[in-house]
Design a binder for this molecule. Sequence first.
Ligand code: ATP
Length: 287
Amino acid sequence: MTTDANGLAVDVRGLRKQYGDVTAVDGIDLEIRRGEVFGLLGPNGAGKTTTVEILQGNRDRDGGEVSVLGADPASATRAWRSKVGIVWQDESAPAELTVRETVRHFARYYPRPRDPEQVIGLVGLGAKADSRIKGLSGGQRRRLDVALGVIGDPELLLLDEPTTGFDPAARRRFWELIRTLADEGTTILLTTHYLEEAEELADRLAVVAKGRVVAEGTAAALRDRFGSEAIVEWTEADGRPRRERTGTPTRTVTELAGRFDEIPGLRISRPTLEDVYLRLTGQENAR
Ligand code: ATP
């Protein structure tokens, strides 16, 4: 299995991981193309973090084939590591150093780092460059983590729940950062609980539940494929609201048009990606 020959940054076949009695990953297949932003979506305990850790070379697997940038992460070399950007959570940076000192320090680990000042600006920490890490807010800390993940100018960036704990404004700024990196050609894999985030950012996404991929494609394709039913709502002549779930909304509306000049309160809606997601992950009754 060679990833580079077929334009894939990540090629995973039949990945399996067991923690004692718990099957965390139960035969996952993934193909991520070079230059793509790929979203791994799923509820708590679906196996997302385990999968990302295996791709990073930080966790052993029990089965399956994994190729990341043309190599098996289980036998990763230093050169391979310098091409894969990992965003660590929290503990990697010493609290007494400033943002600038930290980013410069990490740049020295890489053969061809990005310019530290440019990276600080990219993550929106220009005004905080001389602040000590211990004085940063949670969202600023997370952006510093991302700065450290991209300072080596990685070909592939692996982000595990990058915006958990962000306020909405910080999340939007972060999305802009991801788009900028993607425009510059970085391949990005991100895991998220947020459908909105996956829809905003990901060229394609895979929905994972109980260690398996239950659906894969663009957000629009998933909605079309799994959410083909429409909901037709209208108000009856006696004033009662009616609601019908149907695979043939045109037929329903045509029938109604035969009974009304103008159909009162007519509304036709398609399932949102969230409806589709909840159905796929078996949480349909969660709403
Ligand atoms: P979340 O969204 O909550 O982060 P996830 O999709 O990332 O979840 P994982 O963290 O990969 O899921 O966990 C998958 C399963 O494996 C869960 O049942 C979890 O409890 C279990 N698990 C994860 N890490 C370990 C570990 N180190 N030891 C034992 N069990 C683990």
